[in-house]
Design a protein around this ligand. Structure first.
Ligand code: NAD
Ligand code: MG
Length: 394
């Protein structure tokens, strides 16, 4: 039995993970699970899966422990960030699913890396922020890093098994094609985007996801973060990765080889597929996903991304090229701006403007030290908050 730690069990990826675990009870058991706000749901998860540990914020720990006890459960509570780190590096767990949203997932995910676990990475922000530091730690501690983001999981499936041993160009790979759905506002122009509401932005046409990633999909920042994620996962420069808008989300990404072959991974848009793939790799297990019916899917179409209406993709590309702490600053400013947009304060088209201001006001700094990264993350958040004030009052 493989013992799984699930960071972010109450979210959308958490729910998909639990569904796959429940379908394969002879192979996996839930060792630890975390929640942040929706603690009623966390309690239900504990009742169903009876994990050894549940991690909740410090202020909720005592009352949650009491609720577990009243339900007749022996699940122990671990608290706060230290609790997340502790369950991620625990010797009794082999697999850590990193499904917390945003920078909050960085330290526990890094702890799992440093403990040499198999990490199923959904929390792209953690890798975007810490880049080389993260990948070096994977090498040093011989962790197994498996991408769960559907595009990166697709690319992983289309690459040679030993792809990490040498540069992709030496293995006949010309480029990666990263697909994007285009989000709910595909085809809209800048002017039309000005009045977009949070409710419109979170209504994704193909995927049901958490609020933050849904807004990121609508601004194309999600594709920007994914471009950076792909650069790190596959040791490439952005020039070797082409973003292709594919509104049906049936092809999850592709690898183009120099002999003209292009390999794609396809399937219904359901995160249980990449989660099941990464859980069982190199085996295959049941994910509960309906087989793809190509005839019912109909035509598959492709188009270029509109950099003018959706500047976030290029902001991310530039931040990666500038290197150092710029991707962490980009991520921090984006988290602050998206939060403000979701609260009905910042306008949709002001999201990239806030990020651009923060990047412009930042100095180049090498990102080879966690302390520096965290302090730059904090500084970029403060700067973004100040910028918000200007934008919202003007
Ligand atoms: P979500 O909002 O549905 O869930 C987020 C989870 O993180 C919840 O369990 C919440 O309790 C936890 N969390 C939030 N803030 C926290 C904090 N400060 N400290 C500790 N825990 C906290 O988000 P999601 O859609 O499940 O996405 C999770 C991650 O996976 C994101 O990084 C996202 O980009 C990535 N991802 C999601 C999808 C998808 O289909 N949902 C696809 C690819 C990648
Ligand atoms: Mg994705």
């Amino acid at each position: 039995m493989i013992a799984v730690t699930l960071l972010g069990g109450t979210g959308s990826i958490g729910e998909s993970t639990l569904d796959v675990l429940a379908r394969n009870p002879d192979l996996y058991r839930l060792f630890a699970v975390s929640g942040y706000r929706r603690l009623d749901e966390l309690l239900q998860i504990c009742q169903h899966f009876q994990p050894e540990y549940a991690v909740v914020p410090k202020e909720a720990a005592a009352s949650f422990q009491q609720r577990l006890k009243s339900s007749g459960l022996t699940t122990q509570v671990a608290e706060g960030e230290e609790g997340l780190v502790w369950v991620s590096q625990h010797t009794d767990t082999q697999v850590v699913v990193a499904a917390i949203v945003g920078a909050a997932g960085l330290l526990p995910t890094l702890a799992a890396v440093k403990a040499g676990k198999r990490i199923l990475l959904a929390n792209k922000e953690a890798l975007v922020m810490s880049g080389a530091l993260f990948m070096d730690a994977v090498q040093e501690h011989q962790a197994t890093l498996l991408p769960v983001d559907s595009e990166h999981n697709a690319i992983f499936q289309c690459l040679p098994q030993q792809f990490a041993d040498k540069p992709l160009a030496d293995q006949g790979i010309e480029k990666l094609l990263l697909t994007a759905s285009g989000g709910p506002f595909r085809g809209w122009k800048k002017e039309q985007l000005k009045t977009v509401t949070p409710a419109q932005a979170v209504a994704h046409p193909n995927w049901s996801m958490g609020q933050k990633i849904s807004v990121d999909s609508a601004t194309l920042m999600n594709k920007g973060l994914e471009l950076i994620e792909a650069c790190w996962l596959f040791s490439l420069q952005p020039e070797a990765i082409q973003v292709v808008v594919h509104p049906q989300s049936i092809i999850h990404s592709l690898v183009s080889y120099k002999d003209g072959s292009v390999l794609a991974q396809m399937g219904n848009p359901d995160m249980r597929t990449p989660l099941a793939h990464a859980l069982a790799w190199p085996e295959r297990i049941d994910a509960g996903v309906a087989p793809l019916d190509l005839i019912a899917s109909g035509a598959l179409t492709f188009e270029a991304a509109d950099d003018d209406a959706f500047p976030c993709l290029d902001l991310a590309r530039q931040a990666f090229k500038a290197g150092g702490c710029y991707p962490a600053q980009l991520n921090a400013a984006n988290e602050v701006a998206v939060d403000s947009f979701l609260q009905g304060q910042l306008g949709f088209t002001q999201i990239p403007e806030v990020i651009d201001r923060v990047l412009q006001a930042s100095e180049p700094r090498p990102a080879n030290d966690l302390e520096i990264l965290l302090s730059e993350d904090g500084r970029a958040r403060d700067l973004a908050q100040q910028t918000l004030k200007d934008f919202i009052t003007n």
